[in-house]
Design a protein around this ligand. Structure first.
Ligand SMILES: NC(=O)c1ccc[n+]([C@@H]2O[C@H](COP(=O)([O-])OP(=O)(O)OC[C@H]3O[C@@H](n4cnc5c(N)ncnc54)[C@H](OP(=O)(O)O)[C@@H]3O)[C@@H](O)[C@H]2O)c1
Length: 269
């Protein structure tokens, strides 16, 4: 007897870091509305649990979560091993978790800076590396949430801007390396967005707060623009006209002028 098998379609997930709040949460909601199953990652277990339940109920998707501190060096392995144990395969990886620390370099401990770089730089590289073999198996997307700060040095938010310049450069180089594969890589560079970011970064300067209030985009708008760019397989997306203009001036103006202006915004002389 000649037997044949009909293979069961594999269930795929979008894995989003920093999904408990802000832009990551907004991306999770938009992806759920497009019927993507979700794996939500951040530290705030209660927020992740509630979001996973709400999105599963509202959109009829499968949503699970893992509370993990991405500042831990082994967090990438913990996430990957959790997916292997649960038999979760992903076709979308959103490296969104990130934060800044406003102030001078020596106003924070070295440990605080290294933890910041672990979350903003090492974790996107680790997750990309670990999940790449399975991403290559089917049409897949990587979305790296960078920042307008990637386009220039920002005194007073220095490690943050440098980390986002790393992530943008990493995204573009990786995209080229993967050009003949199933995997598309998109970097999104938002400007000021109405989230918890300034609180986490300890931004107290009135000028920075005022500017943010004036130009803030909503997390939902940023998520929609980012995902449209990702699904259109764009290499680099800047959210909104004002932020595109800022990136243009960052390219055009002398670096010393840009740095002085940024320093003023973040409370330095
Ligand atoms: N808001 C802006 O103006 C702006 C502009 C440009 C780019 N961005 C970028 O957008 C991304 C999202 O930030 P957001 O504005 O949405 O800020 P947010 O509201 O503070 O959200 C940050 C997310 O990252 C998670 N996160 C932070 N540290 C973590 C850690 N150690 N381990 C695990 N998860 C961690 C947070 O979850 P838990 O606290 O629950 O861990 C939260 O879900 C960041 O990469 C940020 O740099 C923001």
């Amino acid at each position: 007897m000649i037997g044949f098998f009909i293979s069961k379609p594999i269930t795929l997930y979008a894995l989003i870091t920093g999904a408990s709040k802000g832009i990551g949460k907004a991306i999770a909601i938009e992806l759920a509305a497009k019927k993507n199953n979700l794996l939500l990652i951040a530290r705030s277990e209660n927020l992740l649990k509630a979001l996973a339940k709400d999105l599963a109920d509202e959109f009829g998707i499968i949503a699970d979560y893992l509370a993990v501190d991405l500042a831990n060096a082994d967090a990438g392995y913990a996430i990957y091993n959790w997916c292997v144990e649960k038999n979760y395969s992903i076709n979308i990886l959103v490296n969104n978790a990130g934060y800044g620390l406003n102030g001078l370099l020596d106003e924070y401990s070295l440990e605080e800076h290294l933890a910041n770089m672990q979350v903003n730089i090492n974790m996107p590289v680790a997750l990309t590396y670990l999940f790449l073999p399975q991403l290559k198996k089917h049409p897949s997307y990587i979305l790296n949430v960078c920042s307008g700060a990637a386009y220039q040095a920002v005194p007073g938010l220095n490690i943050y801007a440098a980390s986002k310049a790393f992530l943008l450069s990493f995204s573009r180089g990786l995209r080229y390396e993967l050009k003949n594969s199933n995997v598309s890589v998109t970097a999104v560079c938002p400007g000021a967005t109405d989230t918890d970011f300034p609180n986490r970064a300890n931004v107290t300067n009135a000028k920075a707060k005022k500017l943010a209030e004036k130009f803030n985009m909503s997390a939902k708008t940023v998520a929609v623009i980012a995902l449209n760019g990702m699904f259109a397989k764009k290499p680099e997306v800047i959210t909104g006209f004002v932020n595109k203009l800022s990136a243009f001036f960052a390219w055009l103006l002398p670096k010393s002028v840009l740095e002085k202006s940024a320093a003023g915004i973040y409370g330095l002389k």
